[in-house]
Design a protein around this ligand. Structure first.
Ligand code: GTP
Length: 200
């Protein structure tokens, strides 16, 4: 049975897998995401390219049978890719732009089977709609520090959940990994979901 490797530092992604009964080994890719090469792409292409780069970077470090999962998420708003805000100022500016409007959370996925030397990659998109947060609510949310390090500067399952009245599409995709996509990719690679849960 191959080892299940999550090529990500993301605690949110790890929690998604573990909450579904999976036992991932964590191997961080440390891929530099802020390069002109990736930033020149459309949001949809960038997340796929980065997911593939992350998975292949970790693949180079693995010399045993493994299923390696690489992901990248970004929030597309009015055609622009809004990644992790990084600072409170950027997070506030973004929250004031998106309130009362919708955008698209894109997550690129790459699943590599090292034994079969096969890989399945795809991008899943979820439409996210925000309520009209007040400035006081935005300031309080940013004070939590949570938005600074998540794609788009919001968390569907965290402090900003009161501000997201609706999504169209896959919930887990917003958090960081589309679990229905992962099941589909594993099926294409020849593994049943109960078998995936035995991988570690
Ligand atoms: N819990 C939660 N996390 C979110 C949400 N939206 C985005 N994220 C996280 O925001 C981060 C997006 O940044 P990425 O560059 O894709 O991933 P990362 O955290 O840098 O980790 P790597 O995979 O190692 O690059 C991921 O950790 C996502 O899990 C959300 O609604 N809820």
């Amino acid at each position: 049975m191959p080892t299940l490797v999550l090529a990500s530092q993301s605690a949110s992604r790890r929690r998604l897998l573990e909450s579904a009964g999976l036992k991932p080994t964590i191997m961080v890719s440390n891929v530099d995401e802020e390069t002109d090469f990736f930033n020149a792409m459309t949001p949809e292409d960038m997340v796929i390219a980065l997911a593939i780069t992350k998975a292949h970077t970790v693949r180079e470090q693995v010399n045993y049978p493994a299923i390696i999962i690489g992901c990248d998420s970004t929030f597309e708003f009015e055609g622009q890719s809004l990644g992790k805000p990084g600072t409170a100022h950027v997070a506030k500016e973004r929250a004031q732009r998106v309130r009362g409007k919708s955008g698209y959370l894109h997550t690129g996925h790459c699943v590599i089977d090292t034994e079969q030397e096969r890989e399945i990659s795809d991008r899943i998109t979820t439409k996210v709609t925000f309520t009209d947060m007040t400035d006081a609510e935005i300031d309080d949310y940013i004070e939590s520090g949570e938005p600074l390090h998540v794609a788009g500067g919001f968390t569907l399952d965290g402090f900003s959940s009161p501000f997201i009245p609706s999504i169209e599409g896959d919930y887990t995709n917003v958090v960081g990994i589309s679990m229905p996509f992962l099941r589909s990719a594993m099926t294409q690679l020849g593994y049943s979901w109960p078998e995936v849960k035995l991988m570690k």
